[in-house]
Design a protein around this ligand. Structure first.
Ligand SMILES: Cc1cc2nc3c(=O)[nH]c(=O)nc-3n(C[C@H](O)[C@H](O)[C@H](O)COP(=O)(O)OP(=O)(O)OC[C@H]3O[C@@H](n4cnc5c(N)ncnc54)[C@H](O)[C@@H]3O)c2cc1C
Length: 439
């Protein structure tokens, strides 16, 4: 059997739920057993709806089981001021509030349902790799702090003390973020949803969605679901289930590695507070530890053959260089997954017809946001119009020239790396030009 990720490998025996093999009715049918689908199933079942969730493979088979487990309660690339400028003050502030409480929601669910998933609300740190990036980071922290977040700015020395990484100009941290084991979290959500009354079927790919008199009919190989409302939560794994949907986002392949466990003396120097770290580089540098002291990091790939072998090795080399670890233990696990990235990097609900919605809150940073999406969708499933939810809701907007542009994030990576390098050279030059005291 293929091991999908570190988390699946350490997850232990997993009793699969049987595939759908009959015709069933539900108020709400959900397609996809990742965080978005599972959180929706749990919240909707808690509201008393009858819920059926169909997963093509196993729970957490998609990005949910392949991510790094960083819990981050904000948006990739977009700050609150961008959002209010784009969406207007009212809609913007509602979307900001949606994100703002998303990490607290994750850790509350974990506590409430006693999910054993290495969860620690230890904070998420974003170190700045240049002076310009630090100015942005300070402004970002101020924007979130003015909305009640526990956003703390640290200078370079404090950043080094907290992370163990050198060379950063400063950083900010949102203390509501943290770390978890995503597969254990997803399995816990699935168990909680079932305990609340939701029905979950694995190895049950939906092959067709058709209109029925009172809603929709979903077809799988051996069964059907008739449901009043349908939520498509397939992220970048939906294929052509719904024509055109795959052309509304960029499918971004992200690689991850986990090393063998690090010795205790190094572990106490690096991230003693056990936070997750993603820096400001365009070619993002990330790291965290798991409970066994494995160091986890990720990266993207530039096109070319052999990415499966090449990219994990490059991530390992970068990890060793960035953290000054000449004797970094070897790679124990390497894997990759697909993230759906929206052109504006914001969560979206896609209007596919009365009672039929697709939801995307991934953008490569979706543990907290897709969990929160599930709670919001429950309001829709119980009668609130989708247009009244805090997440932008519109018919599908296909990205022009998608066949070509879908590769843009990979094609632009060398350019991003070059710009990061220029930032680093500028910093090094500035440090060289600082007069030595007494000279
Ligand atoms: C490598 C990687 C690292 C990441 N790291 C982080 C991180 O550290 N922190 C963070 O916050 N976010 C991270 N993300 C993003 C995060 O993992 C996603 O935002 C989140 O898991 C998306 O959940 P989802 O439920 O929307 O989709 P997915 O988890 O992708 O689930 C979609 C599911 O739909 C199923 N499906 C597809 N078609 C059908 C069908 N026809 N019938 C039935 N089922 C179907 C698939 O099998 C799949 O299980 C990362 C993503 C990747 C790829």
């Amino acid at each position: 059997m293929t091991v999908l990720s570190l988390w699946h490998a350490i997850g232990g025996p997993y009793p699969e739920r049987p595939p759908l093999a009959q015709s069933v009715d539900a108020d709400l049918a959900i397609i996809g057993g990742g965080f978005a689908g599972l959180s929706t199933a749990l919240h909707a079942a808690e509201k008393g709806l009858s819920v059926v969730l169909l997963e093509a493979e196993i729970i957490a088979w998609g990005a949910t089981g392949r991510n790094a487990g960083f819990v981050v309660p904000n948006f990739a690339k977009k700050d609150p001021d961008h959002i209010t400028a784009e969406l207007g003050a009212d809609r913007g502030e509602r979307l900001i509030r949606f994100a703002s409480g998303s990490a607290d929601l994750v850790f509350d669910l974990i506590r409430r349902h006693e999910i054993d998933c290495q969860a620690e609300q230890s904070g998420w740190i974003q170190p700045a790799h240049s002076a310009a990036a630090f100015a942005k980071v300070r402004s970002r922290a101020a924007q979130w702090a003015s909305r009640g977040r526990t956003a703390v700015v640290m200078d370079g020395a404090e950043t080094e003390r907290v992370t163990g990484a050198t060379g950063y100009v400063g950083s900010w941290t949102d203390r509501s973020g943290g770390v978890l084991d995503p597969v254990a979290y997803a399995r816990g959500l699935a168990n909680a949803a079932e305990a609340t009354g939701a029905r979950i079927f694995e190895r049950s790919p939906v092959t067709a969605i058709s209109r029925a008199s009172d809603g929709y009919l979903l077809t799988t190989a051996q069964g059907t679901v008739r449901a009043g409302k349908v939520f498509i939560a397939t992220n970048a794994y939906g294929g052509d289930l719904q024509p055109g949907l795959a052309r509304t986002y960029f499918p971004l392949r992200v690689f991850q590695i986990a090393t063998d466990p690090l010795p205790r003396e190094i572990r106490t120097r690096l991230l003693p507070g056990n936070q997750s770290v993603s820096d400001t580089r365009r070619n993002l540098f990330t790291f965290r530890f798991d409970a066994a002291n494995r160091l986890i990091s990720g990266g993207m790939h530039v096109f070319g053959p052999g990415a499966e072998r090449r990219v994990p090795r490059a991530i390992h080399r970068r990890l060793a260089t960035m953290l000054g670890l000449t004797d970094l233990p070897p790679i124990a696990h390497a894997w990759s997954g697909m993230a759906a990235v929206e052109p504006d990097f914001l969560p979206h609900l896609v209007d596919l017809g009365p009672g039929l919605i697709a939801g995307f809150a991934c953008n490569g940073r979706g543990i907290a946001l897709t969990t929160a999406l599930g709670r919001e969708l429950t309001a829709w499933a119980t009668g609130t119009p989708a247009s009244a939810l805090p997440i932008p809701f519109a018919p599908p907007t296909e990205i022009p020239f998608h066949g070509l542009l879908r590769h843009a994030p990979n094609m632009l990576l060398p350019w991003s790396m070059l710009r990061d390098r220029l930032d680093e050279v500028r910093i090094a030059k500035r440090q060289d030009n600082v007069p030595l005291s007494g000279s």
